[in-house]
Write a protein that binds this ligand. Structure first.
Ligand SMILES: *Cc1c(COP(=O)(O)O)cnc(C)c1O
Length: 419
């Protein structure tokens, strides 16, 4: 459930009509609903209430906006970060360093150094080499870094290849067959408090069987490590729970996921950590765009909107589906292709789509754009960086400015020899 609903034929974000935001801020623009973010955070937490000790770390990469992070901090969430830039955002939002988990397959020495100094709560180690480096950096400072070893369980999450992370040939984690030996070597290092394991098999998971398989393998490994004399106090089960992108689509619910986790982890006796991203932020945002013109096609018309693949990359990157709806539907339907102005055929949001009829000047909303939307935006074709707005009841505020091409141009220079 989200707070983007029609009232008298106009799509609202909570108590604010989307045309009001489009008029004052311009388009394209991302609009987030604070009430929806809070609701999803609470539903997720509630779904895991059957697990005695939990820690929730919002996957910052899904939506790193400072205001969004502030809302989630307010809901008691920490952060899962994959770069020092994301860690700085989480800290800037007021999240305690101890509540931050540092994931990511290529943490540099500079990043590890800054994160250790900042007191980041847990490093999810992607390799033995990274663990050795982290221990050295912490030890040299007279500190101890807290780590969890990320294990690649060799399970196919059944999701799109580009967002699958738990198969043996994916770049993430250490192979499960080598995990015991690597754990033992890293746990023995000065500067290292290796307290547990981490696993994350992929994103937009729509079937819980692979999660059950992966968690089962992790549970067995916890038992083996304990039998070898290691102390295991934390297991991070990652994120990845999918969200419905099409009206009427049914997916595993947070409650079903929670029941599975409670069952599988019942005898683990650890703090179970979670890194949800999309399931919190996905349906909390829409991308509002204006129709530039409707152009005749060989088969179906092309609806050219002012948003493009640089603003919302998922359709071009993952062939992802986003529902496209008229902000003020007129009741008629048509079949059309929805495209952006960028000079790439992949700049296509929808093909042969049956949808609300729209004409030049009308507003459309791309639903479920709160995750992996603005965060992936870029300035390809010298387009502005898309702005973001947060709505709370009848209030709204710009929480990220539109960055104009002139600002980006101002950061470039012609070298002396060309002047
Ligand atoms: C991307 C990612 C997540 C979040 O995935 P969602 O599908 O958005 O829940 C969590 N943990 C790690 C390590 C990730 O890379």
């Amino acid at each position: 459930m989200d707070h983007f609903q029609y009232r008298d034929g106009v799509l609202f974000a909570e108590d604010v009509a989307l045309p009001t935001i489009a008029e004052t801020v311009g388009t394209p623009v991302y609009v987030y609903s604070e009430a929806t973010l809070r609701r999803h955070a609470r539903v997720f937490r509630e779904a895991l209430s059957g697990v005695p000790r939990t820690h929730f770390a919002f996957a910052v990469k899904s939506n790193p906006n400072l205001a969004v992070l502030r809302v989630l901090k307010d809901e008691g969430f920490g952060a899962d970060v994959v770069s020092i830039g994301e860690a700085r955002r989480a800290l800037a939002a007021g999240m305690p360093a101890a509540d931050i988990v540092f994931s990511g397959v290529g943490k540099t020495d500079a990043e590890l150094d800054e994160a250790v100094e900042a007191g980041i709560g847990q490093f999810n180690l992607e390799s033995e080499e990274e663990g050795i480096e982290l221990a050295r950096i912490a030890h040299e400072k007279g500190l101890t870094a807290t780590g969890a070893l990320r294990v690649n369980p060799d399970v196919d999450a059944g999701t799109h290849d580009k967002i699958s992370t738990g198969k043996a040939d994916n770049k993430f984690g250490v192979p499960i067959f080598a995990a015991k030996e690597i754990f033992a070597r890293l746990a023995a290092l000065p500067g290292m408090n290796l307290r547990g394991l981490a696993v994350h098999i992929g994103s937009q998971i729509t079937n819980l069987d692979p999660s059950r398989a992966a968690f089962g393998k992790i549970g067995a490994l916890v038992a083996e490590l304990r039998a070898d004399g290691h102390t295991i106090t934390h297991v991070d089960l990652g994120g990845g729970l999918g969200v419905p992108y099409r009206a009427g689509e049914t997916l595993p619910t947070p409650a079903e996921y929670g029941a599975l986790v409670a069952e599988v982890t019942a005898d683990w006796d650890v703090t179970v950590m979670f890194e949800p991203g999309r399931v919190i932020s996905g349906n909390s945002g829409v991308l509002v765009s204006q129709v530039i013109r409707v152009k005749r096609g060989a088969n179906h018309p092309f609806i050219v909107v002012d948003a493009a693949m640089n603003d919302l990359a998922r359709p071009a990157m993952y062939d992802a589906w986003h529902d496209v709806v008229a902000v003020e539907p007129k009741g008629e339907r048509l079949t059309a292709n929805v495209v952006g102005p960028i000079c790439e055929s992949s700049d296509t949001f929808a093909k042969n789509r049956e949808m609300d009829a729209v004409e030049t000047g009308d507003l459309v909303a791309f639903r479920t754009a709160g995750a992996y939307g603005a965060t992936m935006a870029n300035t390809y074709n010298s387009r502005p960086l898309v702005p973001e707005v947060l709505v709370s009841g009848d209030r709204y505020a710009v929480v990220a400015n539109r960055i104009e091409p002139a600002t980006i141009l101002a950061a470039e220079q012609v070298p002396d020899w060309l002047k």
